[in-house]
Design a protein around this ligand. Structure first.
Ligand code: KIV
Ligand code: ZN
Length: 388
């Protein structure tokens, strides 16, 4: 039977950390309600100690969200945890997300501490958090570059202290998919109490591997993915929500499902891009404006014969506008005939042969031949049809 992968959305926390993406409370609240409608399981609403504005956002979201778990971030610091708990006071399902850096880079350079001291601080943080809620997620920051044996020691200790979810962030986006997958498998095999917690993937995209790494994590035993709409997040961003959801949906053979309503993926992406003032790259998977566009003659011909030759997802399934046949100098006759047909012109093969030559002249001058160009071509042809 297929197993659920929990979708932990951090658009409002990691995503909002992006320069220029800052949101006010009203904007955050509206997005949180839309994320809940999208079907995400957990909404990371913010980092309450970071500013009074973020505290208020987490508090408002906690009051408004009905079904999803609302999560607040904290460092492994008592005051942070208390503040997160206070901001989450009204949440129906509150989660405190606390943690500390576990790689030697973090232990030495950031904390000037020892592995033993970090272990103690991690355990203490989870115990503080458990005073406020039964749902405590621990993050081992820079787990991607943390030695596996030490990571396993920390994870075992925090689960013993009460962590119910253990987050294994590849904070710097350093891991290759097989390495990240092996890390998760290592924890599954070497942490004696791992069955008492859900393993979570939190992958950054510095090498463009965030999505691949999260999927490798799930294949090896993780059951929660931390991700953002449009892959927003620190630096090169996080795992993109729309990508992981559709990968699990497309590859049913993997044996996983999520609760996300996929038809809302494109509307949600547009909303986030607009509110956060962060346009989506046209070639972005699932939600980019070119994700369902076909422009070369070979592709267009195949697509028009059978959409599945060049599309693995039906655009309707992800709420996209629909497949597009774009006319460029690389397009062929069948695409031209199709676009004329859409405008109400039925041409035979001979007509199209003639019109195609005129079309190419325009296409060589312009990046894209538009509807208005086709109208001009059709009218000229109607008044002076030339025979081949
Ligand atoms: O990238 C990271 O390690 C984080 C943690 C705070 C979870 O965002
Ligand atoms: Zn992060």
């Amino acid at each position: 039977m297929a197993q659920q992968v929990h979708i932990f959305d951090t658009t409002l926390r990691d995503g909002e950390q992006v320069p220029g993406c800052k949101l006010n409370t009203k904007e955050k609240l509206e997005l949180a309600l839309q994320l809940e409608a999208l079907g995400v399981d957990i909404i990371e609403a913010g980092f309450p100690i970071s500013s009074p504005g973020d505290f208020e956002s987490v508090e408002q979201i906690s009051k408004a969200v009905k079904y999803a778990t609302v999560c607040g971030l904290s460092r492994a610091v008592q005051k942070d945890i208390e503040t997160a708990a206070q901001a989450l006071k009204y949440a129906k399902r509150p989660r405190i997300h606390t943690g500390i850096g576990t790689s030697d880079y973090h232990i030495r350079s950031k904390f000037n501490a020892t592995r033993e001291e970090i272990l103690q601080r991690a355990v203490q943080a989870v115990k503080w958090a458990r005073n406020f809620t039964d749902d405590v997620e621990f993050y081992a920051e820079d787990a991607g570059r943390t030695e596996n044996a030490y990571l396993a020691t920390v994870i075992e200790a925090v689960i013993k202290a009460g962590a119910t979810v253990v987050n294994i962030p590849d904070t710097t986006g350093y891991c290759l998919p097989h390495q990240y997958g092996e890390k998760i498998a290592y924890l599954k095999n070497h942490v004696s109490n791992i069955d008492r917690a859900i393993i979570s993937c939190h992958c950054h995209n510095d090498l463009g591997l965030a999505t691949a790494n999260a999927i490798a994590g799930v294949i090896n035993g993780a059951r929660q993915i931390e991700c953002t709409i449009n892959g927003l997040g620190e630096r090169a961003g996080n795992t993109s929500l729309e990508e992981v959801v559709m990968i699990l949906q497309q590859h049913k053979d993997l044996g996983f499902y999520t609760q996300v309503h996929t038809q809302q993926l494109n509307p949600m992406s547009r909303e986030v891009a607009e509110v956060m003032r962060m346009p989506v790259q046209p070639n972005k998977a699932i939600v980019g404006s070119n994700a369902f566009s076909h422009s070369s003659g070979i592709h267009q011909d195949g697509f028009l014969k059978d959409a599945q030759t060049y599309e693995i997802i039906n655009p309707e399934e992800v709420g996209a506008e629909g497949s597009k046949i774009v006319l460029t100098a690389r397009s062929g006759r069948s695409a031209l005939a199709y676009r004329f047909q859409k405008l109400g012109y039925q041409y035979n093969r001979n007509d199209i042969d003639i019109l195609y030559q005129a079309f190419l002249k325009i296409a060589d001058k312009k990046k894209e031949v538009e509807e208005s160009d086709l109208q001009v071509l059709a009218q000229a042809y109607q008044s002076e049809p030339v025979t081949a």
